[in-house]
Design a protein around this ligand. Structure first.
Ligand SMILES: *[C@@H]1O[C@H](CO)[C@@H](O)[C@H](O)[C@H]1NC(C)=O
Ligand SMILES: *[C@@H]1O[C@H](CO)[C@@H](O)[C@H](O)[C@H]1NC(C)=O
Ligand SMILES: *[C@@H]1O[C@H](CO)[C@@H](O)[C@H](O)[C@H]1NC(C)=O
Length: 395
């Protein structure tokens, strides 16, 4: 094959030259300059007569301010005495910090220093056009704490916020004080737990369609209709649902934030975070409603097992939830949660030291649904107070 004739040399170099040039060109050519992260506006951009301002205004809580970070502006509120023990409250997938409306002021008046904020893409925080994954959420809180000079805090999260609290504890254990509360916590959800509608809505095609102008106009039309249908006075639940609808209709980044969170966010696949070393030395409160249809109650037991280093997927859950022996077990662990709660609110608990120096307390609220911070604020306030102070059942 090796030829030394000049003719062959020429063909060989003609064959080799173009790819060589091509490679040199690509090695020396510089990529396009990086694009700026595009930020969709928040509820703050809506006109003053927009309905969102009357349901969930910017100063819904006192002590509100904005902080600017690389992924966009964040709205936060600080309540309660400055010297109080610090508590961060993290909301869930679709409802912004209004979900803590009865919990935050009560904790503040009990003497705690409470930090609330809107996650990116919700409420009054910007909606960066990016992937809503764990990193985005945990760095948002880490930056916010850094901005406020908070070196440590107790972390409380509901639903997806619980999953953020968990991944935050795994990634930044030095920023987490002793107490972590996971309320109706997501994080281990499986594909079949997520409703077909949610999956459909988060498919890339629908995502594009949902943020397109005609679809948003239609959603706006729908929200306008519900306004006219309701007779002026709105009860709490419908006000909260309306905030979800208003965000979906008026904020171009909201639907993307939700669907990206469903696909890429901490709702699923966080087993590693629950089993991380960062939990050692913490007190972990797990609260779940037995009638939670959004995050099935079976996950409370799995999460507790993983945090305690017991592997999670064990038979414990069957013991707790299987039909056999359930009544008996309930009876043994049953007690009324507080004097003010309705009598059907009872709990089954287990609180002893786990294998790695982590203390857990699991409370199943009988008949409780997913939105426990709205349906059972007094129980949440009392249990979070006991957790942070290490009193009551923690002694
Ligand atoms: C999250 O997404 C960003 C890009 O937006 C990426 O750089 C980062 O590595 C992702 N983090 C995780 C944990 O996947
Ligand atoms: C944080 O601390 C720095 C330096 O001590 C101070 O200048 C800044 O005002 C503090 N920030 C807040 C939000 O308290
Ligand atoms: C909804 O109502 C507001 C005023 O209440 C109006 O300005 C807006 O055009 C309406 N939007 C749609 C899509 O009907």
């Amino acid at each position: 094959m090796v030829s030394t004739s000049p003719y062959h040399c020429l063909t060989l170099s003609l064959l080799l030259l173009p790819p060589l040039l091509f490679t040199t060109y690509f090695l020396s050519a510089f990529p396009k300059p990086p694009e700026q992260l595009f930020l969709h506006p928040s509820l703050a951009s809506l006109p003053p007569d927009a309905r969102s301002w009357s349901i969930y205004p910017e100063d819904f809580y006192s002590g509100g301010a904005y902080a600017e970070f690389p992924s966009g502006r964040v709205r936060y509120w600080l309540l309660g005495p400055e010297t109080g023990k610090k508590i961060v409250l993290i909301h869930g997938l679709s409802i912004p910090a209004i979900v803590w409306k009865d919990v935050a002021p009560a904790l503040a008046s009990n003497g705690y220093r409470v930090l609330l904020y809107d996650l990116y893409g919700r409420g009054y925080s910007d909606a960066p056009d990016t992937i809503y994954n764990t990193s985005l959420y945990t760095t948002q809180l880490a930056l916010l704490m850094q901005y406020l000079n908070w070196s440590r805090a107790n972390i409380v999260g509901v639903s997806m916020g619980g999953a953020i609290a968990a991944t935050f504890t795994a990634q930044f254990p030095h920023l987490v004080d002793e107490g972590v509360a996971l309320i109706a916590c997501a994080g281990l959800m499986e594909s079949n737990d997520i409703s077909r509608t949610a999956k459909f809505m988060s498919s890339p095609l629908v995502r594009t369609l949902a943020s397109s102008r005609p679809v948003r106009a239609y959603l706006q039309h729908l929200t306008n209709q519900t306004v006219t249908n309701s007779k002026g006075g709105v009860d709490d639940d419908s006000a909260i649902l309306e905030i979800v609808r208003l965000q979906s209709a008026h904020l171009p980044g909201y639907n993307h934030a939700l669907s990206s969170s469903l696909r890429d966010g901490p709702i699923r696949g966080q087993a590693k975070a629950f089993m991380a070393d960062g939990w050692s030395g913490k007190r972990v409160l797990i609260v779940h409603g037995t009638k939670d249809r959004t995050v099935p109650p079976k996950y409370a037991g799995r999460i507790e097992g993983m945090i305690r280093g017991e592997g999670g997927e064990g038979g414990e859950e069957k013991q707790m939830y299987g039909n056999k022996g359930r009544g008996e077990r309930e009876e043994r662990h049953q007690h009324v949660l507080s004097t003010t709660t309705r009598s059907e609110t009872t709990s089954r608990e287990k609180d002893d030291k786990g294998g790695r120096g982590v203390k857990t307390r699991k409370v199943m609220i009988q008949g409780g649904g997913h939105d426990l911070t709205i349906s059972h604020p007094e129980d949440v306030v009392r249990m979070v107070g006991e957790l942070v102070d290490g009193r009551g059942r923690w002694v």
